[in-house]
Design a binder for this molecule. Structure first.
Ligand code: DX5
Length: 239
């Protein structure tokens, strides 16, 4: 299911984005294949060991990955502006950077503009995630207030509300962040609100109720046997 970015929040479905952070990396292609026909996108967590205390994947891994799923890049790096080109070059659909990593309004707007200027994925690139442009997301750590993104909230396509402290899969969901989701949804009925961290069968419904329409999950999906992943994705979506 591809959400039409122009449709009203009430008329759209819930997008589920598995995060490969909990996948069996020794068999990454098989892991991706196991969710290919159920998921709406695939999230790739890019960590630099500086913005977050962990290292993960770079663009080299993506070059080898075969999938028709739109790739959603969550940049947990201190210098997103230096990294976006290499990801755009391999054909991604969403690039999200952290509000805490880029605090200056002019720098944020410049970054958003550069990503939006990339209209078509290169030949061999994956499909776009609705619409005809690369989408830009801005992420907020659990303690970061909504007020910190008021300068660019109308320029982005996605606001990512982190429901754990970024860096590791398998952490406990922080319920207080749901207040931010409710507040954003009230003011921005058409914005995609993505949530990431500790999303599972128990926490997903509260996220959707609060107004999130895109849930990212690593452990809840890749932590179960391959044959159960389709069912888990459907349940997370509330189907
Ligand atoms: C956290 C990452 C998440 C992580 C979520 O730093 O951004 O994408 O993979 O993992 P789970 O779903 O296990 O909480």
């Amino acid at each position: 299911m591809i959400w039409k970015w122009s449709s009203n929040i009430k008329g759209m479905g819930i997008l589920i984005t598995p995060s490969i952070l909990s996948a069996d990396l020794a068999h990454l292609q098989d892991e991706v294949d196991s969710v290919e026909s159920f998921a709406d996108a695939l999230q790739v967590d890019v960590m630099d060991g500086h913005f977050v205390p962990n290292l993960s994947f770079g663009v080299t891994v993506l070059k080898h990955l075969k999938t028709k799923l739109p790739l959603d890049i969550h940049l947990m790096v201190s210098n997103p502006a230096d990294r976006i080109k290499e990801f755009l070059d391999v054909g991604v659909s969403v690039i999200t950077f952290h509000s805490e990593a880029v605090t200056d309004t002019a720098a944020r707007k410049d970054l958003i503009e550069k990503i939006h200027a990339e209209k078509i994925p290169p030949p061999g690139g994956r499909g776009l995630w609705g619409g005809d442009k690369i989408h830009v997301g801005i992420a907020l750590n659990p303690e970061t207030p909504i007020s910190s993104i008021k300068d660019v909230i109308e320029d982005v396509d996605i606001v990512l509300i982190m429901s754990v402290h970024p860096g590791f899969a398998g952490q406990k969901f922080i319920p207080s962040v749901l207040e931010k989701v409710k507040e954003i949804r009230k003011k921005f009925p058409h914005l995609t609100i993505q949530m990431d961290g500790g999303i599972d069968m128990v926490t997903a419904s509260g996220c959707i109720k609060a107004g999130a329409n895109n849930l990212v999950a690593a452990s809840a999906i890749f932590g179960v046997p391959k044959e159960k992943r389709g069912e888990v994705i459907r349940e997370l979506r509330g189907e």
